[in-house]
Design a protein around this ligand. Sequence first.
Ligand code: RP5
Length: 160
Amino acid sequence: MKKTALIMGSDSDLPVVEKAVGVLKKLGMPYEAHVMSAHRTPERAADFAKNARDNGFGVVIAFAGKAAHLAGVLAAGTSLPVIGVPIKGSDLGGLDALLSTVQMPSGIPVATVAIDGGANAAWLAARILAADDDALYARLLEEKAKMAASVAEKDAKLDL
Ligand code: RP5
C-alpha cells in the first residue's frame, strides 16, 4: 500500500496530527510524519512535495494553523491528492487557517476538512487509497458497519 504523508507546520500541531495517526493505525495504513513549514522551511517543503510520489506516497495530509499555506505549497509541488487540515491555534479560532487552506486557485486543489479535523483527514486518505485497494476498501466497510452498530447501541440505550 502507498504511504500517507502527515506534514505539520509546527510541532504545536501534534494533538491534531495524533487524531489522524489513530485512524491510520486502526486501518493498518503505512505513514510518515514530518514537521516542515511553508514559511520557515519553504525549500524543504517544496522538495518533499516534488519527490513524494517517487518516495512511495499516495496521498499527503497537511496540518497548519494561522496563515496556513502549507497544504497549498505541497499541492503546488506534487500532483498527488493533498488534504488540508486547518488548525485552530490562534485568536481567530482557526477560521484564518480554514480560509487560507480551502481557497485554492483552479487546477491546484486542496481537499479541506474541518478545523482540527485530523481524524476525517485520515478517513479521507483511506478512501482515496482504497479506490484501487480491495483489502483497504473491505476494512473501510468493516469500520462503517462498526460505526452503524455503535449508533444503534446508543439508540437502544436511550431512556428518556
Ligand atoms: C503554523 O503556524 C503551524 O502549522 C502552527 O499551526 C502555527 C503556529 O506555529 P508555532 O508558532 O506554534 O510553531 O505554521
